[in-house]
Ligand binder design. Structure first.
Ligand code: SF4
Length: 357
């Protein structure tokens, strides 16, 4: 079972089962990223992963028996007092058991349909090994109808052939989540993404050609103040070429202990204001010309609101987002509304650092 919480919002909403196929990130050098820091990347053996799948099966069977006997709500309560002591007093093993049982219980309650493979890049696994895992997973849980993973564009370009990706899709892999961040090569270089815009296009198109669903993550504000327009225009251009199924906006907020945070503190990286970020979005959305879903599904970082009390987000934050191009005008109207409000109606990224990170 998983010891890591990191997964896309869509997988949180679907209560996906979390299965760790690798540990940490094989790249680990993006300057804005604090995930898996200082932890070495490791492959897990197929046997180890299959053991986790078997454990999930066992927990699920127990939960099914208990639910029949007690009902879902009682099982929910019983799980919360599994060890009869506060979580602060739980040992590591107890915490992991509790965490795994809770994940499987929520997964069961939501129909046991979707699985998310962790950590940062499952496609670095040998294709045959990953196929074996996917097949075992589907065979153990026939109810599964979606298996997703994070991967890097560079892995899609260099690590997998089109045939590999098609085989993985055939074995059950449905969706890949990829961090594009920006389509501007200068920005990609500055944040040390390890790939340029052409690489992103080749990798994204390859995944699409293999019939994999694709979610591309974009970071408003990662351009700093000096590349706003280029970043917005080139990101739209790259997205138009990739034609992903989902575009997820994750505005940039500096995280402590990252190289870009240090640059920001020294004054070498200028954060854009909420209005500047809306202007960036306006350029990007105006230039976007593809059939996709545009999502603002991370509520903390998408810190634009409809009034100064910050009660209502400007953009809805469900993972299905806005249908594009049908709702293009709707998004543009919302951007216009956000720009007409005083900037204090929104939260600046520098204040989010203090509040959350
Ligand atoms: S590839 Fe992803 S997880 Fe790895 S360093 Fe970059 S942003 Fe972080």
């Amino acid at each position: 079972m998983s010891e890591s919480w990191i997964r896309p919002t869509s997988e949180i909403v679907s209560h996906s089962l979390l299965l760790r196929t690798t540990r940490n990130c094989p790249w680990g050098l993006c300057k804005f990223c604090e995930c898996y820091k200082k932890k070495e990347f490791e492959y897990r053996s197929v046997d180890e992963i299959k053991h986790d799948i078997d454990m999930a099966r066992e927990i699920l069977d127990q939960i099914k028996i208990l639910t029949k006997k007690l009902g879902k709500s009682r099982v929910d309560v019983e799980l919360s007092r599994l060890y009869n002591k506060p979580s602060t007093e739980l040992g590591q093993d107890e915490l992991e058991n509790l965490y795994s049982s809770r994940i499987v219980f929520n997964w069961y309650c939501s129909g046991a349909r979707s699985v998310f493979l962790q950590d940062a890049d499952s496609l670095t696994m040998h294709t045959d090994d990953l196929i074996e895992v996917l097949e075992y997973l589907k065979q153990t849980f026939p109810s599964i109808n979606r298996i997703s993973t994070y991967t890097r564009a560079r892995t899609l370009v260099e690590g997998k052939t089109l045939g590999d990706l098609k085989d993985l899709h055939e074995a059950g892999l449905s969706r890949c989540h990829v961090g594009l961040e920006s389509g501007d090569d200068q920005v990609l270089k500055r944040i040390n993404k390890g790939i340029n815009s052409v690489g992103h296009i080749i990798g994204g198109r390859k995944a699409k050609k293999a019939c994999l669903e694709l979610a591309e993550y974009v970071m408003p504000g990662i351009c700093g103040r000096d590349r706003l327009e280029e970043h917005a225009k080139r990101t739209a251009l790259v997205l138009n070429k990739i034609r992903p199924n989902f575009i997820m906006f994750r505005p940039y907020v500096p995280r402590k202990n990252t190289p870009l945070f240090e640059e920001y503190k020294k004054g070498n990286f200028q954060l854009t204001s909420p209005h500047e970020r809306l202007r960036e979005l306006k350029i990007l959305i105006n230039d976007l010309d593809t059939k996709t879903r545009v999502c603002f599904d991370q509520p903390v970082m998408n810190s634009w609101y409809t009034s100064p009390d910050h009660n209502q987000h400007l953009f809805k934050w469900d993972p299905e987002g806005y249908k594009f191009p049908d709702e293009k005008e709707k998004i543009l109207k919302l951007i216009k509304k956000g720009l007409t409000l005083d900037e204090s109606a929104h939260i600046h990224a520098k204040d989010l650092i203090k509040q959350h990170f």
